[in-house]
Write a protein that binds this ligand. Structure first.
Ligand code: UDX
Length: 448
């Protein structure tokens, strides 16, 4: 198949590279000339494990190319993916569809022969209808089928998610498009990944429902963590206890500082708006959004309490800035709220992140950036672990402690075991786990 991918950002690039790897002939298009020039030489603008290798291998095998010229690639294509951004519109939380519609108009003019136009960007219900309408208005002769094929990939595991998806959701109203889309995903289909064909609106809504459900699941366990702190129970054991029930499932039950990233905050806000627009309010999602916002802000208070109630003039070391590990993405990262909250209370911040510091420089003020976790610890009055990068999982605790001014460790991801940190002489605070951790230490002592 000949495929054009319009928009060479995160989703476009991963989609283009993976489809080329399936054996299709793919051109990724972007308006940003510098980005395309760099991609042609194999320069990847984002940090995503395995993506650079995949892009380069497919450039060499001539299945993947890049261009700023949309019309040539679209006119030759059997399938055109729209993978441009749909940021939250400033002020009202609606998804901003201006990039999607601008791309659609350009695509419409360039179409030739039967073409399947696929929206991969996350778009509100009814956008596919609008895309079809715009194409017809712009080019009444166009022979086109508009398809909704939302993307469920996670940053940091994007290639794995694309190549081994739980399911592929395809919304369409044209039987010819069903054949084309089956062909596009044939390698996955052969691997038994279910292709779920629906109508277009259902596919569009499925994407929001999936993200909102996961955001609710995280928010639920975060509230349970607070209840555990109040009652002396252990949230990790509660999560395990409920997660082993297949109806609930074990994933996305890690309590933490609140969810961030480019998808959950934006998509939950957009789903709330869709509910309001259609007169069918999404009250659970509305509540999830507000609890999560409050939670990200409340983490600073937790840290201040761990420091004895006052952080004025104190130096707090931050480990991890990105919204999750294995990405350089800082969008809606809880670290930003934590840092702001601590600075407002008079603390000085020293931070380290394996990939996120470049982006963080532009989003924070008066933060000193360090070269390693141990640099962060140097003279610090407390350390706060915000993002669970692997390299923070096996820190040399004695070295860390001896570098610090005060051995206070606040672990917002429950990476460490309380008794372990206490044995190393830290005052340790984590999320939803009892202060004394008597059961944990008994179990570990028995194992040791
Ligand atoms: C998410 C969806 O998982 C993906 O299907 C969709 O296509 C895009 O949005 P992503 O934003 O890359 O992917 O990250 P994800 O791994 O889902 O994590 C999102 C946020 O939730 C992170 O801030 C993470 O730290 C947090 N999280 C996740 C928790 O706090 N606890 C969990 O148990 C899981």
């Amino acid at each position: 198949m000949k495929i054009a991918v319009v928009g060479s950002g995160y989703v476009g690039l991963v989609t283009g590279a993976c489809l080329a790897d399936f054996g299709h002939e793919v051109v990724c298009i972007d308006k940003d000339q510098a980005r395309i020039a760099s991609l042609e030489k194999g320069g990847i603008p984002i940090y995503e494990p395995g993506l650079s290798e995949l892009v380069n291998a497919n450039i060499v095998s001539e299945r993947l190319a890049f261009s700023i010229h949309l019309s040539g690639a679209v006119s030759r294509a059997d399938v055109v993916f729209i993978a441009v951004g749909t940021p939250s519109r400033r002020g009202d939380g609606h998804a901003d569809l201006s990039y999607v519609y601008a791309a659609t108009r350009e695509i419409a003019k360039a179409l030739s022969g039967f073409t399947v136009v696929v929206t991969k960007s996350t778009v509100p219900v009814g956008t596919g209808d609008e895309v079809a309408h715009l194409i017809k208005a712009e080019n009444p002769q166009a022979d086109v089928a508009v398809v909704s094929n939302p993307e469920f990939l996670r940053e940091g595991a994007a290639i794995e998610d694309f190549k081994r998806p739980d399911r592929i959701v395809i919304g369409l109203d044209d039987e010819r498009a069903r054949e084309v889309m089956t062909e596009v995903y044939r390698p996955l289909y052969l691997n038994q990944a279910p292709l779920l064909f629906t109508d277009r609106r259902t596919a569009e809504l499925t994407k929001y429902a999936a993200n909102a459900f996961l955001a609710m699941k995280i928010t639920f366990i975060n509230e349970v963590a607070d209840l555990c702190e109040a009652t002396g129970a252990n949230v990790q054991d509660v999560a395990r206890g409920i997660g082993l029930d297949n109806r609930i499932g074990a994933k996305f039950l890690h309590a933490g500082p609140g969810y961030g990233g480019s998808c959950f905050p934006k998509d939950t806000a957009a789903m709330v708006k869709i509910g309001q627009d259609f007169g069918s309010p999404m009250r659970l999602v509305e509540t999830t959004v507000s609890i999560n916002d409050q939670r990200k802000r409340s983490m600073a208070r937790k840290i201040v309490a761990a420091c004895g109630g006052d952080v004025r003039g104190r130096t707090i070391g931050v480990l991890g800035l990105t919204f999750k590990p294995n990405t350089d993405d800082m969008r809606e990262a809880p670290s930003l709220d934590v840092i702001r909250g601590l600075q407002d209370r008079g603390a000085k911040i020293v931070a380290f992140d394996p990939q996120g510091m470049d982006a963080a420089r532009g989003l924070t003020e008066n933060v000193q950036f360090a070269d390693s976790a141990y640099d962060v610890a140097d003279g610090a009055d407390a350390i706060v672990l915000i993002t669970e990068w692997n390299e923070f999982r096996s820190l040399d605790l004695d070295r860390l402690k001896s570098a610090m001014h005060m051995p206070i460790f606040v672990d917002l991801r429950n990476v460490y075991r309380p008794h372990e940190l206490r044995r190393h002489g830290f005052s340790y605070v984590s999320i939803g786990r009892p202060e004394q951790d008597l059961k944990g230490s008994a179990l570990t002592d028995a194992a040791e």
